[in-house]
Design a binder for this molecule. Structure first.
Ligand code: WT7
Length: 633
C-alpha cells in the first residue's frame, strides 16, 4: 500500500513564496527552540491567549508521574473561550457554524450569537434534568448541529460528555453507557447515511435495557420516523425547547483546569475499549494552539474538517479547536460519494472552503472515481489541506496535492491519537513537505524511535515511536482505571509515553509513521480492536472462538479478516459466513462488519494460550511465519 518501508521518498515540496507571504508563523525554528528550552514558558504563553476566571499557580505539575497536571489552580471553562467570549465581541455576527444536510435541501447557519443561544438552551434543559458537574452524559447522534450544541451544553454545565460514534451499534453503545455510569443520553430518532435511515433511537432502546443508571433520554427529531418513547424517561427535544425552563442564559460553570471535559472510548490491544479522559484546561490550550499554528486559521477562512464528532478528530478539530479560534466551521451531514462522487468538491465550491482536513481513506476512495469529478468544480478557494488517521501513501498524497490543491495548497499530514488529544507530529504551513511523512514534532514535543529495550535506533531504522515530553492535552488517565493507564502507556518504556506505533526518522529529522504494532485495526481510519470484533462474534451461538486481524486494503487501509472456529453441529457454509458478518454489524456496528470470515479447525496459540494473530496475519498474506518457538503444536 505504501512504499515507506523500502525507502522514504525524499522529494521536497517547500511552500511557495506567495503562500509564505500570507502565512502567519514562519519563524518555526525560533519558536521551536524557545519551546524546547522553556516548555512551561511556551505553554503559558499559549494559555495566556485564552481567558481564565482564575490564573493558574503552576503551569506543569509533574510531581506524580505519569499523572501530569497542567495549569494547576487555574479556573476556566472551554465553552467560555469557544462560545461565550466570541458572542460579545466583533465575532457576535460572524458565522460559527454552517451546516448542510445530506440531501442538500437544508442549510442552517449559526452566528456566534446564535450558537451561544442554542448552547444555552440545551444547557438549561440538561440542567433541569438534574445533570451537574461531573455527571456523565452519552451523546449518540448523527452529524447534525444539535450534536455540537449537546457537547458544548454538557461542557457548559460541567458535565462530562461521552460521544459514541453513530456508526456503532447496540453492544458498543451499551458498554460505553454502562462503563461510564451515564445519567443522561442524548440521541436522535434516526440519522441519514447515503440516503438510508439508521435507527439510532431503536438501537438506544436496545442498549438501555441493560443500563440502569440512565435516568433520562433526550431525543432530537431528525428523520421523523416513528419511534418508541418511554414515559418519564424519553423526551422530545423540540418539546423541551418550548418550556420556560429552556429560555434565558445558563451560567457557564467555573471549572478547575484539571476537571474532566469529556471521555472518549477508543480501542486498544486487549479487553474493553478504554475511556480516554481529557480536561477543560490543558485540552483547551492544546486544541487552540495546535490548530492556530498548523492550519493558520484566519477570520476570512471557511474551515471544513470531514471527521465525525464521534471521533477525537471531530472533538478537537471540528468542534473545540476551530470554535476556540473563533473560526467559521462547515459541518456536513453526509459522506463523500452520495449521491455522486463530486459531493465534497461541489460543497467546497458552493461554500468557498479554504481549509480542508480529511483522511487518506477518503482520498483513496475518491481517487478511484477519477479526476473528472473534482475537475468539474472550481476549487480555487482552497488554501490549505490536511490529512489524518493513518499514513498517507505517496500516490494519494500526490493526487490530493495536484488534483484537489492544484499544486498550490500544502498538505498538513498530522499525526496524533485519541490519547494525545491534539497534533504531536505535524508539518506547519511554512514547513517543506515530504509526501508520506508527518514531518516533525510539534513545539515542545520530543520524539524518540527506540528498540525493544528503549534504546534509540539508528537514523532510518524502524522502531517504536515514543513521546518524551508531557504536553497540556495529554490524556490524564483512563476513566476509572488508573492502573491500566500506567500499564498501557508508561510501562513498556518507563518515563516515556508509548504510542503503540512504529516509525522511522530520516536524516533530515522527518518522521515516517509505519503503523500500529498492537492489535488495533484501522478500517477506513476508524480505530477498532481485534478484541471487540472477537467478542461480538462470540455472542453468536455458532462461534466457539475467533481471531480478528487487519489485512492491507487498497481503499480502507485495512480490512477486517476473521478466523472462526465453529461449535459442534454448525456447518461451515457460506450463508453462515454472511450471518456472522451481519451479526457483528448489528451488535458492534456497521463500521466493524468483517470483510472476510474464514472457518478454521483450530486457532494457532502460544503454549500459554494466547492466539497468535501475528502468525495468522503472515499466513494470510503469504509472508514468512517468523519465530514459531512459542507455538503450541
Ligand atoms: C492512530 C491513532 C487522532 C486522529 C485520528 C486517529 C494513526 C493517526 C496519522 C498520521 C500515520 C496516523 C496512528 C495512531 N495515525 N494519524 N498522520 N500518519 N498514522 O486517532 O483513532 O486514536 O488513532 O492513528 O497509528 O496511533 P485514533
Amino acid at each position: 500500500m505504501s512504499d515507506q518501508k523500502s525507502s522514504p521518498v525524499s522529494e521536497m515540496y517547500p511552500p511557495s513564496a506567495e503562500f509564505l507571504a500570507r502565512t502567519t508563523h514562519t519563524n518555526l525554528a525560533e519558536i521551536s527552540k524557545h519551546a524546547e528550552k522553556d516548555l512551561e514558558g511556551f505553554w503559558a504563553g499559549e494559555a495566556e491567549e485564552l481567558e481564565w476566571f482564575r490564573k493558574w499557580d503552576q503551569v506543569l505539575d509533574d510531581s506524580n508521574k505519569p499523572f501530569y497536571k497542567w495549569f494547576v489552580g487555574g479556573h476556566t471553562n472551554v465553552v467560555h473561550n469557544a462560545v461565550d467570549r466570541h458572542a460579545i465581541t466583533h465575532r457576535k455576527n460572524k458565522l460559527a457554524l454552517i451546516w448542510q444536510s445530506e440531501d442538500g435541501k437544508t442549510q442552517q447557519t449559526f452566528s456566534y450569537h446564535a450558537l451561544n443561544r442554542e448552547v444555552n438552551r440545551m444547557a438549561n434543559i440538561i440542567r433541569s434534568m438534574g445533570v451537574t458537574k461531573g455527571d456523565r452524559v452519552t451523546i449518540y447522534m448523527g452529524r447534525i448541529p444539535e450534536i455540537v450544541f449537546a457537547m458544548l451544553a454538557c461542557a457548559k454545565v460541567g458535565a462530562v460528555h461521552s460521544v459514541v460514534f453513530g456508526g456503532f451499534s447496540i453492544d458498543a453503545l451499551q458498554n460505553r453507557i454502562s462503563d461510564s455510569a451515564t445519567k443522561l443520553v442524548i440521541t436522535c430518532d434516526g440519522s441519514f447515511q447515503n440516503g438510508k435511515r439508521i435507527n439510532l433511537k431503536d438501537i438506544t432502546d436496545e442498549a438501555l435495557k441493560l443500563c440502569p443508571t440512565v435516568e433520562n433520554v433526550i431525543v432530537v427529531k431528525r428523520t421523523g420516523q416513528d419511534v418508541y418513547m418511554e414515559a418519564m424517561r424519553d423526551h422530545w427535544y423540540h418539546d423541551m425547547c418550548v418550556l420556560p425552563i429552556a429560555n434565558g442564559k445558563c451560567p457557564t460553570e467555573v471549572m478547575d483546569a484539571e476537571d474532566p471535559l469529556f471521555i472518549l472510548y477508543t480501542s486498544g490491544s486487549t479487553g474493553k475499549p478504554k475511556a480516554i479522559v481529557h480536561t477543560h484546561g490543558g485540552y483547551m490550550v492544546g486544541a487552540y494552539s495546535t490548530l492556530k499554528y498548523v492550519f493558520d486559521v484566519k477570520d476570512e477562512d471557511r474551515y471544513w474538517c470531514t471527521a465525525d464528532p464521534g471521533w477525537i478528530t471531530g472533538h478537537t478539530y471540528l468542534v473545540y479547536g476551530p470554535l476556540l479560534l473563533g473560526a467559521t466551521v462547515f459541518f456536513f451531514e453526509g459522506g463523500p460519494t452520495y449521491p455522486y462522487p463530486n459531493r465534497w468538491w461541489q460543497l467546497i465550491e458552493q461554500f468557498g472552503i479554504s481549509i480542508f482536513y480529511t483522511a487518506p481513506t477518503a482520498i483513496r476512495a475518491l481517487m478511484r472515481f477519477g479526476e473528472a469529478w473534482p475537475n468539474k468544480h472550481d476549487l480555487s478557494s482552497l488554501r490549505l489541506l490536511g490529512s489524518v488517521g493513518e499514513p498517507i501513501n505517496p500516490e494519494a498524497w500526490s493526487w490530493f496535492h495536484k488534483v484537489v490543491g492544484k499544486n498550490l495548497c500544502p498538505i498538513m499530514d498530522t499525526w496524533w491519537q485519541t490519547e494525545t488529544g491534539t497534533f504531536q507530529i505535524t508539518p506547519m504551513p511554512a514547513t517543506p513537505l515530504k509526501p508520506g511523512s508527518c514531518a516533525k514534532p510539534f513545539f515542545g514535543q520530543v520524539v524518540e524511535i527506540v528498540d525493544e529495550k528503549g534504546k534509540p535506533v539508528e537514523t532510518g531504522a524502524e522502531g517504536y515511536l515514543v513521546l518524551t515530553r508531557p504536553w497540556p492535552s495529554m490524556l490524564r488517565t483512563l476513566y476509572g482505571d488508573d492502573q491500566r493507564y500506567v500499564d498501557t502507556y508508561w510501562t513498556k518504556f518507563p518515563g516515556k509515553y508509548f504510542t503503540g506505533d512504529s516509525a522511522r526518522r530520516d536524516k533530515d529529522g522527518y518522521i515516517w509513521v509505519i503503523g500500529r504494532v498492537d492489535d488495533v485495526i484501522k478500517v477506513s481510519g476508524h480505530r477498532l480492536g481485534t478484541a471487540e470484533v472477537e467478542s461480538a462474534l462470540l455472542t453468536h451461538p455458532a462461534v466457539v472462538e475467533s481471531a480478528a486481524i487487519g489485512l492491507p486494503h487498497e481503499v480502507k487501509g485495512q480490512a477486517i479478516h476473521c478466523f472462526v472456529q465453529l461449535n459442534r453441529g454448525f456447518e461451515p457454509k457460506d450463508e453462515l459466513k454472511e450471518d456472522l458478518r451481519k451479526h457483528v454489524s448489528t451488535h458492534l456496528g456497521p463500521i466493524a462488519k468483517p470483510d472476510v470470515i474464514e472457518f478454521i479447525d483450530k486457532l494457532p496459540k502460544t503454549r500459554s494460550g494466547k492466539i497468535m494473530r501475528r502468525l495468522l496475519k503472515a499466513r494470510a498474506q503469504g509472508l514468512p511465519e517468523g519465530d514459531l518457538s512459542t507455538l503450541d503444536e
